[in-house]
Design a protein around this ligand. Structure first.
Ligand code: NAD
Length: 353
């Protein structure tokens, strides 16, 4: 029995997480033990804190964690330590995940949602961003100070160790081995010392994967190439801040925020799987939420934490078929397609498994 910790989250997330559990139960009956835990705004309401120790313990004991986004206007004015996002940082830290994986893949029936020129989109878009999640400037020393002249100043320190770069590079090369065998490492080595170390270590790791071709891009150039020749990318590996920015750019290239899953992985297979969207309080409780991003998180979990590739393929195929049949939630609706609610979308996917 595979143990899965389930964090339903806030806003629309209990709806889309509930849909995903139904899909998982259908595709692999009796194979999972789901343990629901409280985190985020709903945990603040119930326990007075965003990440109760008991919730974290259940996630740490599970084989994988499925997580819905947290937050919403109700908790926006809480003090920083008691905000729902604290729970998110707490669970990522507690599970020791350091690699955030975001696929950017265009589903053929949704090609019209791609904002790029048709001749570019038609070449196909299917790449993965492997973003380092626990180092760099977000986790370096942050300081606001006054200069000797009395002027206000601030600094944030960017720092990476050999070990941190090496382990994320291995994640990227291993992914590439199961794909088209191309790794693009993105840095700013013409300016940053950290980037020069990044490049040196990535090149060293590449020697262990002779079948994979490695190329390097500066981050400014990479942001252009992603919209000029997206079909040329296979696996991108980059540090925390560059990955944060480029992965949002990539999500826009492939269409709706409601369609994209992500995974955060550590040294073992115990991943944390979450859609990239937030809790969308504007549409919560109205059956308007697209469950596909979260359902695809379920497929990722099957593939990467449990090695259940056939079941993952079945889910991804069912999603593709529903889209081919012209069924759309509001966020991906275009003229000539059929508008349906989130729960019907889930039923249609289950019917095609
Ligand atoms: P959001 O992603 O929740 O919503 C942005 C827009 O996309 C909204 O119009 C929303 O209706 C739409 N949308 C999002 N997901 C959708 C889906 N599955 N189907 C259809 N439409 C969808 O971002 P936001 O509005 O900036 O944030 C709302 C709350 O979520 C905030 O409190 C924010 O802090 C939180 N948030 C949490 C996480 C997380 O926990 N990982 C991530 C991002 C935002």
């Amino acid at each position: 029995m595979k143990k899965v910790a389930v964090i339903p989250g806030d806003g629309i997330c209990p709806e889309v997480i509930g849909a995903t559990l139904e899909v998982l139960k259908k595709v692999a009956p009796g194979q999972f033990e789901f343990r629901e835990v409280s985190m985020g705004g709903n945990a603040i309401d119930k326990y007075g804190e965003p990440m109760p120790a008991e919730s974290l313990k259940i996630c740490q004991e599970a084989d994988a964690t499925l997580l819905g986004a947290v937050g919403g206007p109700k908790w926006d004015n809480m003090p920083p330590d008691l905000r729902p996002e604290r729970g998110l940082l707490g669970v990522r830290k507690g599970l020791k995940v350091f690699a955030n994986i975001r696929p950017a893949k265009i589903f053929a029936p949704l090609a019209s949602a791609c904002p790029l020129r048709k001749d570019i989109a038609d070449k196909g878009i299917d790449f993965i961003i492997v973003r380092e999640l626990t180092g760099g400037i977000y986790f370096g020393k942050h300081e606001a100070f006054t200069t000797p002249d009395g002027e206000k100043a601030a600094r944030d320190v960017m720092e990476y160790t050999d070990h941190e770069i090496r382990r994320i590079a291995h994640v990227a090369f291993k992914m590439a081995m199961n794909r088209r065998k191309i790794v693009t490492s993105i840095d700013k080595a013409n300016i940053l010392t950290v980037s020069r170390l990044w490049r040196e270590v990535v090149e060293d790791v590449a020697k262990e994967y002779p079948e994979v071709s490695l190329n390097h891009l500066y981050v400014d150039n990479a942001s252009m190439q992603l919209i000029r020749v997206p079909h040329e990318f296979d696996v991108i590996v980059t540090e925390n801040t560059f990955g944060d920015i480029l992965s949002d750019e990539a999500s826009q290239i492939v269409g709706s925020i409601g369609m994209i899953p992500s995974a955060s992985l550590g040294d073992n297979n115990r991943g944390l799987y979450e859609p990239i969207h937030g809790s969308a309080p504007d549409i919560a409780g109205q059956d308007k939420a697209n469950p596909i991003g979260t359902i695809l998180c379920g497929a990722m979990m099957l593939r990467w934490s449990f090695g259940m590739n056939d079941e993952a393929d079945r889910i991804e195929r069912a999603v593709d078929e529903v889209l081919k049949a012209g069924l759309r939630t509001g966020d991906i609706f275009t003229e000539g397609t059929t508008l349906i609610g989130g729960s019907r979308m889930k039923d249609e996917i289950i019917a095609r498994l």
